[in-house]
Design a protein around this ligand. Structure first.
Ligand SMILES: Cc1cc2nc3c(=O)[nH]c(=O)nc-3n(C[C@H](O)[C@H](O)[C@H](O)COP(=O)(O)OP(=O)(O)OC[C@H]3O[C@@H](n4cnc5c(N)ncnc54)[C@H](O)[C@@H]3O)c2cc1C
Length: 437
């Protein structure tokens, strides 16, 4: 890199947020550098992953389905409550006339991120992989570029977009955010298990490009607050567990032992049997929602995606990739407008919030602002799922003999779990409020 090389914008991180930002700015004719620490975009990136953003992608890249590395389109979603020996599921299966259906699709991040970054390159962005950005260059209180670990690695720009993921050293260096707290952070661990395609489709009762997303709560994480997932890819399964960090540390649990527990659960083992693990990964997720949003801009700097805590974790939602892309686009529109005015001050970059509101990102996070606290709670993630499962076991038990009233069984289960009717009612009301009922 040449010293004093100057770009209209430098984007740090070629994840969904960064590549989208680079793509939109390059299309508008700006000179954009997209810096990525990995060997290639996506090399180190981890998600489940179901991508819930078909209409956004269709608008950003019309006809994206023809070239995007889509694994499978979700046609069935299931939320399972687990005890050690049983699974009670709420199951939704669509025979929607949508072709393909709009319930999200599974992706493998190394392929998807690489594909998306390539779209930015085609639009004219300069992708520089294997480049770790170490810090910001600041002059007179404004960000003027970044310092990378490369020799003579200073790169100057009118604006820097920090799309460097959950740890975002850049947003922290700029004083926009501090460390996220352990209550707000979760750790996700995941395996990709290769499985013969025909076997996979038979086991999950799917055809063609249909896919399944299972999510689990209950005994799967022991006493640790968290849940599990199992998603179908074309010829593999993604299986993982997500834990609240503070709870994981308190319980001194070993993440991989818990993942083994999920894999060996009697309802899961038959689904993955015969598969071979081809990938392990672990990554943090900022799940605090609206309350953990930092200030999103400073003179010459915008923060997007996980770097700004833009993950919506609210019961049946765990969505971050789609919001990262929406934020990347909003950041790009902000820079394009600022470049027209030649004004990169905080006041000019404040338009970012307007663009985020136009795409309803801020409204989503505000609407669900109480959800993270409510759902990242042991009663919700462990106690109730175990109770539901136990109740189902008792109701379906049919060895003969007198039947008990379901209400009595439920009351006994609640006593056993130490939950009062008052607490249950309170949780129902708070749960409803937290998801904007
Ligand atoms: C186990 C797990 C399961 C998940 N499941 C889902 C799901 O099913 N659906 C969903 O929507 N979301 C899911 N998420 C959340 C989702 O992964 C994130 O919200 C999303 O990846 C955020 O995108 P991003 O571009 O902001 O950040 P990232 O994807 O983290 O990208 C940041 C990029 O910046 C690069 N980078 C970081 N620091 C530097 C540096 N100093 N210099 C240069 N480059 C740097 C990184 O290498 C990376 O490429 C899951 C997360 C985990 C961990």
């Amino acid at each position: 890199m040449r010293r004093k090389e100057h770009f209209d914008a430098v984007v740090v991180g070629a994840g969904p947020a960064g590549s989208t930002a680079a793509l939109v700015m390059a299309r508008a004719g700006l000179r954009v550098a997209l810096l990525e620490r990995g060997e290639y975009p996506g090399a180190k990136n981890v998600s489940g992953a179901v991508l819930y953003g078909t209409s956004f992608l269709e608008r950003l890249l019309p006809g994206f389905r023809l070239s995007a590395p889509v694994e499978r389109y979700i046609t069935r979603r299931s939320i399972g409550f687990m005890s050690e020996s049983a699974l009670f599921s709420l199951d939704y299966k669509s025979s929607s006339a949508d072709v393909p259906p709009n319930y999200g699709f599974t992706v493998l991040r190394p392929q998807f991120d690489r594909w998306l970054a390539q779209r930015a390159v085609e639009a004219g962005a300069l992708l520089v992989p294997k480049t770790v950005v170490d810090g910001l260059i600041r002059e007179k209180g404004a960000v003027k570029g970044v310092r990378s670990r490369r020799e003579k690695g200073e790169l100057y720009a009118d604006v820097v977009v920090a799309a460097d993921g959950v740890n975002s050293f850049l947003a922290r260096e700029a004083g926009l955010r501090g460390e996220f707290s352990l209550q707000e952070m979760t750790l996700g661990i995941k395996e990709v298990i290769a499985l013969d395609r025909q076997l996979l489709e038979e086991r999950f009762q799917i055809n063609g490009n249909e896919g399944v997303a299972y999510e689990f709560l209950g005994s799967v994480t022991g006493n640790v607050c968290g849940g599990g997932f199992l998603y179908t890819n074309r010829e593999s399964l993604s299986i993982g567990i997500i834990f609240q960090l503070s709870s994981l540390l308190r319980e001194r649990a070993r993440p991989y032992e818990l993942l083994d527990g999920l894999k060996n659960h009697p309802s899961i083992l038959p689904l993955i049997r015969g598969g071979s693990v081809k990938e392990y990964s672990a990554h943090m997720i900022p799940e605090g929602g609206w309350k953990m949003f930092p200030k999103l801009y400073a003179p010459g700097l915008l923060v997007a995606g996980d770097a700004a805590g833009m993950v919506l974790a609210a019961g049946c939602y765990l969505q971050g990739i789609n919001y990262a892309m929406v934020a990347g686009e909003a950041a790009a529109r902000t820079v394009i407008a600022a470049a027209k005015d030649r004004d990169f001050s905080a006041l000019s970059l404040a338009r970012y919030e307007t663009f985020l509101r136009e795409q309803k990102l801020i409204q989503d996070f505000q609407r669900f602002q109480k959800a993270p606290e409510f759902f990242l709670n042991q009663r919700i993630q462990n106690v109730y799922p175990a109770m539901i499962c136990r109740l189902a076991e008792q109701v379906f038990h049919a060895a003969g003999g007198p039947k008990e009233k379901i209400r009595d069984l439920a009351a006994a289960g609640m006593r056993e779990a130490g939950v009062s009717w008052f607490q249950l009612l309170k949780d129902l009301i708070e749960g409803g409020r937290s998801i904007g009922w």
